[in-house]
Design a protein around this ligand. Structure first.
Ligand code: F0G
Length: 428
């Protein structure tokens, strides 16, 4: 496609060969070379300072789509869309401060952006409201994704709201019961594939077009447009003062890609005056991107993934190319942390009264290590992203049937038994 007249509000570009597609082209990858696509927008007509005021005034409107933590930023997300979006609404997640977690991480000026406060309990809702809105715009008849559990729950919820049939592929036996229950409850068809997440994604990517399914994994560039608003919202919450570091867990690397795009656009369009650095944290057993970073991204790395953090049990991240650019543009770092470090960080976040799922705690675990190694200055202002809710993965919390027995003690329904139990617990 070529633009002979004025550019439309938005269009798509292949990051590999540079081909351009219409914004409403249903292809999820470049139809020429198979490369990843990116949505590009004409710069907003309003200057940065005016946009900031506009976004602020929308925060306190009645709870409709304008109030959504995604659609409040619509000029930077999907400026050309005139239809009413499919919105819960979502976003508007808190930026939390807890001294105990900050002390444990070794960075006193630490905020936690808790994306587990989204409607289905993870950041995926921000991408899915845009993905499903786009599905409706292009007239999709059914939607699909591969998932470690959160994307599927979110897809199922938004597809239900839009009245679209939804199909999800999950790695058999590898998804938490909570996430699976959400997906089934919202009415999606779940297919448990005898393979890992990477096999699920390969399968659905190869078959979705032929089966008439609009693919809503984060390879779909419209998902990333929604996920950009994690960054926009946290910047707004900080009064548009840029933190020194933003730390996030990395799996399929959709969020890493979205964060980089949001930051570069925010700077280009006058919302902020500098870029923070990004730190992407992977679980050691699922850390191809960290291995790539160590080698200066000379080549793409793939691994057979294994970690307790099931949400990021991914060995061949789909958004690799986009994420490499982001790490380079933000002078970022990528680090792998052990499952023990992840669970220790989760314990700290849980005991601070916040709670998160294991994959989310990777960001706090990574921050602690980066601060201890002097790679993040202890005086830096840091925002760590908690990507999912504590109730997403409860098996870990209670440590299986044996742990549950220890954590939840049964007693007789008598005052004496109650007093005995409390006395014993207080004595430690
Ligand atoms: N944290 C949680 C809670 C997740 O569910 C995911 C990804 C990530 C972090 C990693 O984000 O892929 O953008 O690097 N979950 C996907 C899913 C893969 O299917 O729910 P990413």
């Amino acid at each position: 496609m070529s633009f002979t007249t004025v550019r439309p509000a938005s269009w798509q570009v292949c990051l590999t060969c540079g081909s351009e597609l219409l914004e409403t082209d249903p292809a999820v990858r470049c139809t020429g070379c198979g490369g990843l696509l990116e949505v590009r927008h004409r710069p907003p007509e309003l200057p940065g300072a005016v946009l900031r005021t506009l976004f602020q005034t929308r925060c306190c409107t009645r709870p409709d789509t304008t109030h959504s933590g995604v659609w409040r930023f619509r000029e930077l997300v999907l400026p050309g869309a005139t239809d009413e979006p499919v919105s819960h609404p979502e976003g508007n997640t808190p930026l939390l401060y807890r001294e105990s977690v900050a002390r444990w991480a070794g960075v006193p000026d630490l905020f936690l952006k808790h994306e587990g406060h989204n409607p289905t309990g993870s950041f995926k809702d921000r991408g899915m409201t845009v993905g499903i809105t786009q599905a409706r715009r292009i007239g999709a008849q059914a939607v699909a994704c591969a998932s470690t559990g959160n994307t599927s729950a979110s897809l199922a919820a938004y597809a239900a709201q839009a009245g679209l049939p939804a199909f999800v592929l999950v790695p058999a036996g590898k998804v938490s019961m909570g996430k699976l229950a959400q997906t089934v409850g919202y009415g999606a068809r779940v297919l448990a594939v005898k393979g890992d997440f990477d096999a699920c994604l390969r399968l659905i990517e190869a078959s979705s077009a032929e089966l008439g399914l609009y693919l809503l994994n984060s390879v779909n560039p419209f998902r990333l447009e929604g996920q950009k608003t994690i960054i926009l919202e946290l910047l707004q919450q900080l009064g548009w003062e840029v933190p020194d570091w933003i730390v996030l867990p990395g799996g399929n690397l959709g969020n890493t890609s979205a964060f980089g795009k949001a930051l570069e656009e925010a700077k280009a369009w006058g919302l902020i005056d500098r870029l923070p650095r990004l730190a992407v944290i992977q679980a050691a057993g699922a850390a191809p991107f960290a291995a790539g970073f160590e080698q200066g991204f000379r080549e793409r790395v793939r691994v057979d993934a294994e970690t307790v953090a099931s949400a990021i049990r991914i060995g061949n991240p789909a958004s690799w190319d986009r994420a490499v650019r982001v790490i380079q543009a933000t002078d970022g770092v990528v680090l792998a942390v052990s499952d023990e470090e992840i669970l220790a960080a989760k314990g700290e976040v849980d005991r601070a009264g916040i709670g998160c799922e294991p994959a989310s705690a990777a960001s706090v675990a990574g921050l602690r290590r980066l601060a201890a190694e002097g790679r993040i200055d202890p005086h830096a202002r840091v925002v760590a992203i908690l990507t999912g809710h504590m109730l997403k993965d409860t098996d870990r919390l209670l440590g299986g049937p044996a742990g549950r027995k220890k954590a939840v003690r049964e007693i007789e329904p008598t005052a004496a038994a109650l007093a005995r139990a409390i006395k014993r617990d207080r004595a430690g």
